[in-house]
Design a binder for this molecule. Structure first.
Ligand SMILES: [Zn+2]
Length: 283
């Protein structure tokens, strides 16, 4: 067991008709929890570093730690760079041993997005590293835009076909009604759009903004071609802050391990539960 590519785990997921869980890490305990949770299900997992998390970890520490955990827990782990807008950082992650990177030029024009994404693919593919890119724009809850404005940013199926053909990416993040962060109201996924994109595009689809989406919606999205589902906020808030705040309030002695061990186990529980949903159809 060691670090594996995104392309490999998503191809396995396609054959088995399930999705692989992708979880953001920001510290050692929650990264341990992510790999432990996956190991309990004997499933592969995608550990994602945001550019912010990388500033804290450093590329070399992120790679060495994730590789060690994959061996420790005998679990296949994809080490993935999440939402990278800086090609130099992306190249450094490839050089240092990441097995997957996301180039996010989704806020640029269609042609610029293609141009930047092609550069990422040209570099990463030399080292056998997978590339995810985004077309349309998922955005965050904090973006103060109306529902209609949000819909204007949804991925257009025919554009997706052209984008995938022009770039040679391994996975495509689509904007189909999810947002990053917690939802103010029930998220409404555009399932027809997912199906339409899947019909035209032969790479696996990625759903960002998984925190707060119902299990039933996940299962339906997976049946329509979604193979990677990103969950970040839930681990940050429930897996870390809730545990930390409660731990500090209840602390009766000076043993920090009571809190760090609980962060690890809570993150593992969340990851295990999410993977069980994402593998609903796994044989
Ligand atoms: Zn995202």
């Amino acid at each position: 067991m060691s670090l594996v590519t995104l392309k490999y785990v998503l191809e396995e997921a396609r054959k088995g008709n399930y999705a692989v869980g992708a979880f953001n890490f920001f510290g050692l305990e929650n990264l341990q929890g992510i790999v432990l949770g996956a190991s309990r299900r004997k499933s592969p997992v995608i550990a994602m570093a945001s550019t912010g998390a990388l500033k804290m970890f450093g590329e070399k520490v992120a790679v060495a730690t994730t590789r060690a955990l994959s061996e420790e827990y005998e679990t296949d782990v994809v080490l993935h760079l999440d939402h990278c807008t800086d090609l130099d950082l992306l190249y450094r992650c490839v050089d240092n041993g990441f097995t997957s990177v996301m180039i996010d030029a989704s806020s640029k024009s269609f042609d610029e997005n293609i141009e930047i994404t092609r550069k990422a693919v040209a570099y990463a593919s030399r080292y056998g590293v997978s590339v995810e890119a985004e077309l349309g724009h998922v955005g965050g809850r904090e973006d103060e835009i109306s529902v209609d404005e949000r819909k204007a940013l949804f991925t257009v199926p025919e554009d997706a076909r052209r984008f995938v053909e022009a770039t040679g990416i391994d996975a495509l993040a689509v904007a189909v009604g999810t947002v990053h962060g917690f939802y103010k109201s029930e998220p409404k996924l555009d399932f027809e759009r997912i199906a339409a994109i899947h019909a035209l595009v032969d790479v696996p689809l990625v759903l960002h903004g998984g925190t707060g989406v119902s299990d039933a919606d996940f299962i339906r999205a997976i049946s329509l071609g979604v193979r990677k589902i990103n969950v970040g906020t839930e681990l940050r808030v429930h897996g870390f802050f809730d545990v930390m705040c409660k731990g500090c309030k209840d602390a009766v002695d000076d043993d920090p391990r009571k809190i760090t061990a609980k962060i690890k186990s809570t993150c593992a529980d969340i990851v295990e539960q999410k993977i069980a949903v994402f593998e609903n159809k796994k044989n």
